[in-house]
Design a protein around this ligand. Structure first.
Ligand code: ZN
Length: 396
């Protein structure tokens, strides 16, 4: 039965989202997701509830919503109903990639610096044709990611060319990316970071730095970051990681967090995360702000596989389910203003929803050192809703 509150809320939504025409009864909602465990960390919700969608937006989250009020009902009994997943470190190099992510329950991604000024139009094309929300970080090197290391020759960082590229795609480019590891930047890490900040200054955009085995110690890199900037691969193994020689978290890391620097995982495949570093950081209370996949073609069949798999590694590491979900939804969305409406099941937000199964069993996960560990719980995607519409998924 509808409660008084349901009726009141329904009337409000009828006015707001369904242009005043809707009344109580059949068709008030386009889709009802029924009986799932709704986890929405943006509003600290974790309880069994029904979720209704109308006009492509979240219309209601209530203990019970009458199915006769909805055109279509999706049974989510025994499943998790969470905001569409947001992965802020991926590589959208092919047109197929965003669709593959969507099938995993990922409804918003950021391409983290695959291309620089010279070829940015390629990523922009992928972003524009994608079914999901895609934003782009411009690689500070004109040539983008280069296997032999794009910043070993610092003249590849052309501030004017980068600014011009951002100016041309102001709607899609949400910051810049600088890979600062020794193999990529050699001794140029701090100069590259300085130029990255110079590039974004007129646009007031964040810099994402890729760390791990940098020539400079971690505090020297943190000193070049401003509020809103992002460190990815934060659980990279030494040298020059987040710990001192005694394995204690560096005070500069917490100081950077206090002034608004954000810390991201970027699972990837090579030297970005080990169980040891992750465990020690979590034990010392240093949790990442966001979990991301650093998804690439190669990662699809090795270590990364898909975003729910990456999130599941943090369940194995002992992070509670709602905190894991927060790091792949609301926290990720809050990293970029372009995603401010995403990562939430708040009434009125775009109806991007992932329906996940937390399956119990024995599941093997691997870190970048190739060390396998067995987890007892793993997230699988069972259904996806994007902009209020159910997404047809290949049978897993
Ligand atoms: Zn990456």
């Amino acid at each position: 039965m509808l409660t008084r509150r349901d009726v009141l809320r329904g009337a409000l939504i009828g006015a707001a989202a369904v242009s005043g025409a809707a009344r109580l009864g059949a068709g008030r909602y386009d889709l009802l997701i029924k009986g799932g465990r709704v986890i929405d960390p943006s509003r600290r919700i974790d309880r069994v509830a029904d979720l209704a969608i109308a006009g492509g937006r979240i219309a209601a989250v209530e203990s019970r919503i009458d199915p006769s009020a909805a055109a279509e009902t999706l049974d989510a009994g025994g499943r998790l109903v969470v905001p569409g997943l947001v992965d802020i470190h991926t590589h959208a190099r092919s047109k197929e990639m965003p669709s593959l992510c969507l099938a995993d329950g990922v409804t918003a991604i950021v391409d983290a610096g695959s291309k620089g000024a010279d070829e940015i139009d390629q990523v922009v094309e992928v972003a524009k044709s994608a079914p999901i929300h895609v934003r782009v970080l411009l690689n500070i090197a004109r040539q983008g990611i280069v296997s032999e290391g794009e910043l070993l020759d610092i003249s590849r960082v052309d501030v004017a060319a980068a600014r011009q590229a951002i100016g041309r795609h102001r709607d899609l480019i949400v910051g810049v990316k600088a890979r600062l590891s020794r193999s990529v930047a050699g001794a140029n890490d701090l100069e590259a970071l300085r130029r990255a900040q110079e590039i974004v200054k007129p646009f007031n955009l964040p810099v994402m730095v890729h760390v791990g085995d940098t020539a400079s110690p971690f505090p020297a890199i943190l000193a070049g970051l401003k509020s809103g900037d992002i460190v990815t691969h934060v659980y990279a193994p030494p040298p020059h990681g987040i710990f001192d020689d005694g394995g204690r978290l560096l005070p500069e890391v917490l100081a950077a967090r206090r002034r608004g620097v954000r810390f991201d995982i970027g699972n990837g495949r090579i030297a970005h995360i080990t169980w040891e570093v992750a465990e020690s950081a979590l034990r010392q209370g240093f949790l990442p702000d966001t979990i991301s996949s650093d998804w690439t073609e190669a990662g699809r069949t090795d270590q990364v596989f898909d975003f729910p798999n990456v999130l599941s590694k943090f369940l194995l590491l002992g992070l509670p389910l709602d905190q894991v979900i927060a790091r792949g939804t609301v926290n990720a969305a809050n990293t970029f203003p372009a995603f401010k409406d995403l990562g939430t099941l708040r009434v009125g937000a775009p109806a991007d929803v992932a329906i996940l199964e937390a399956r119990e069993g024995r599941f093997e996960f691997v870190d970048n050192a190739g060390t396998p560990r067995t987890g007892r719980l793993k997230l699988f995607t069972s259904a996806v809703v994007l902009g209020g519409k159910r997404v047809a998924r290949p049978v897993a």
